[in-house]
Design a protein around this ligand. Structure first.
Ligand code: ADP
Length: 525
């Protein structure tokens, strides 16, 4: 072989515009050449005394994948017979080559998908904005095999972008780029290509080695020591929510259509994640505001309400001195009743709010049995007023729970209170507490009014009150059971109930027992 034959490589390809090999490649037809030394522009590879060449293209689906060439120093080496034989061989070789190529393509595709998949997962796995931004930058740099990436905030009115996050790939040690500090403002108006990319909402690629790169852009790239970069607008719901800048500082880099596809796929995932993070922040702020407002409103309502109730009693007293009519008495009772409803509404709202915002820092291991006992004893006086019988049955040991005592006291008090409220005079109420290794269960059973099946589905909704025959006069807010459910679920437990109208109801909940040796869930985690 001539020495330079071995120098033809992928990067330094065999010229296809010359010789029989080129013709075979271009036309897809078999070429037989004799008297090679007579042919103009002949291309041979065995040496000066090369005389004949047989070039058979490897064709697959009308496309030339390669050329098999035989060369000989014998003019008569190749005839129709050899050519025929080689053509059949070439057909099989083309199939094998095509398979190998497809295999490599699908492997590449699978690799790309894996990269995109894990990058996408990383981006969407959090809702904290700063963390989302960092992960977008990281995923983009890694997926595009670049040395670093930045995420910028885009301010369309000022045509500026501000650096929010900068990420440099750990293994890109020899890269030259100088990344701007956080919060650096980039005046986009100076860079026509960037403005264009923003307008079209498509990525733009800039290379220092490209003669078409505008001077301003080139200047910026030189300042930053960047060889190539891709700017990618992050678009969500038709709006640019940010910019991703993927940077290569090590060598010139040509981005393939596949790279652009990867960047766009990641970009759209990143935009959605960014929007979600922004929404999440907003919701969190609103949630805080809501809590604050409920707290303020309830506190502010409490005082005037207290005044109102005080004056109702004063009015009642002064009426009593002068003698009041039955109508006046009825009016006063109505005012009293309404004020009471308002008071319990405020109380329930405040409690519910406290439960939702209370941290687990105050949680402790405590005896649920003792708590149930305490609540039942406290409720006896109201049960006595209705001449109801309240029975308590509880396991003597093994009833340690872990959680908020105040919240669970409220839960049990609500259930017992409801049983008393929604059971007519002289009814019976049974409270039981049982414990096992898996759960502690509290059940409150009554033989009261019950709830009809069509209303049962809604009783845990906030403010829902199931009106059954005979319960019209009972005062309530419809917040109690919603509080019960919230608290129990927050303690990793569950609420259940069964009820038959006119027969009675049973409300129960279970909780996991306290972890052994007083260890808390958090300690275990
Ligand atoms: P409230 O008692 O303030 O109305 P709750 O949220 O505690 O609100 O209860 C919601 C509704 O469920 C009540 O209005 C009532 O109709 C029904 N309910 C709750 N407990 C019982 C019970 N033990 N027996 C019958 N109905 C009940």
């Amino acid at each position: 072989l001539l020495p330079d034959v071995l120098n033809w490589t992928e990067r330094n390809p065999w010229p296809l515009d010359r010789g029989a090999i080129g013709r075979a490649a271009r036309t897809g037809e078999v070429q037989i050449v004799r008297a090679l030394d007579m042919e103009a522009g002949a291309y041979y590879f065995i040496g000066e005394d090369s005389r004949a060449q047989l070039c058979v293209p490897l064709v697959m689906r009308g496309e030339v994948l390669g050329v098999v060439t035989l060369e000989s120093n014998d003019d008569a080496a190749f005839d129709a017979h050899t050519s025929n034989f080689l053509e059949r061989l070439a057909q099989r070789a083309a199939v094998a080559l095509d398979n190998a190529r497809l295999f490599r393509q699908s492997e590449q595709l699978a690799d790309d998908m894996a990269v995109l998949y894990s990058a996408g997962r990383a981006i969407t796995a959090t809702l904290e904005r700063d963390e989302v931004l960092k992960r977008i930058a990281q995923s983009m740099a890694v997926a595009l095999e670049c040395s670093s990436a930045m995420i910028l905030d885009y301010q369309p009115e000022r045509l500026e972008a501000q650096v929010l996050v900068v990420y440099r790939v750990g293994t890109a040690r020899n890269s030259q780029e100088v990344l701007p500090p956080l919060k650096t403002v980039l005046p986009l108006g100076d860079y026509s290509t960037l403005i264009d990319a923003l307008a079209r909402r498509r990525p733009v690629i800039l290379r220092a080695a490209d003669a078409h790169t505008p001077a301003m852009e080139l200047d910026l790239m030189q300042q930053m020591g960047v060889q190539a970069m891709m700017l990618m607008p992050l678009v969500a719901q038709e709006e640019v929510v940010g910019l991703a800048l993927v940077i290569e500082g090590r060598q010139d880099r040509v981005f393939s259509p596949n790279d652009i596809f990867k960047a766009e796929t990641l970009g759209s995932q990143a935009s959605v994640a960014l929007c979600q993070a922004l929404l999440y922040n907003e919701v969190r702020e609103l949630e805080k505001l809501k809590s604050e407002m409920i707290r303020m409103a309830s506190h502010d309502l409490r005082n005037p309400l207290g005044n109102l109730m005080g004056y109702v009693e004063l009015l009642d007293m002064s009426f009593r001195r002068t003698g009041k009519t039955s109508e006046q008495d009825e009016f006063l009772n109505n005012v009293r009743r309404s004020a009471k409803i308002m008071q319990s509404l405020i109380d329930d709202l405040l409690t519910l709010e406290r439960v939702e915002s209370e941290r687990e820092a105050q949680w402790q291991v405590f005896d649920l049995g003792a708590l149930v006992y305490e609540v039942v004893e406290a409720a006896r006086s109201s049960a006595n007023l209705k001449r109801q019988i309240v029975r308590l049955e509880r396991a003597a040991t093994g009833t340690l729970a872990y959680g908020s005592v105040t919240q669970l006291r409220q839960v049990i008090a609500n259930l017992v209170g409801n049983a008393i409220k929604y059971t007519p005079d002289e009814g019976q109420i049974e409270v039981s507490l049982s414990g096992s290794d898996e759960r502690l269960e509290v059940i409150v059973r009554d033989n009261g009014y019950g709830i009809s099946p069509e209303r049962q589905v809604r009783i845990f909704e906030r403010f829902y009150r199931a009106r059954e025959p005979g319960t019209d006069h009972i005062v309530g807010t419809g917040l109690g059971l919603s509080l019960v459910k919230t608290v129990v679920e927050r303690h990793s437990g569950q609420v259940w109930f069964e009820s038959t109208p006119g027969v009675g109801s049973a409300f129960g909940f279970w909780l996991p027992p306290a972890p052994p040796q007083g260890r808390t869930n958090r300690d275990r985690a």
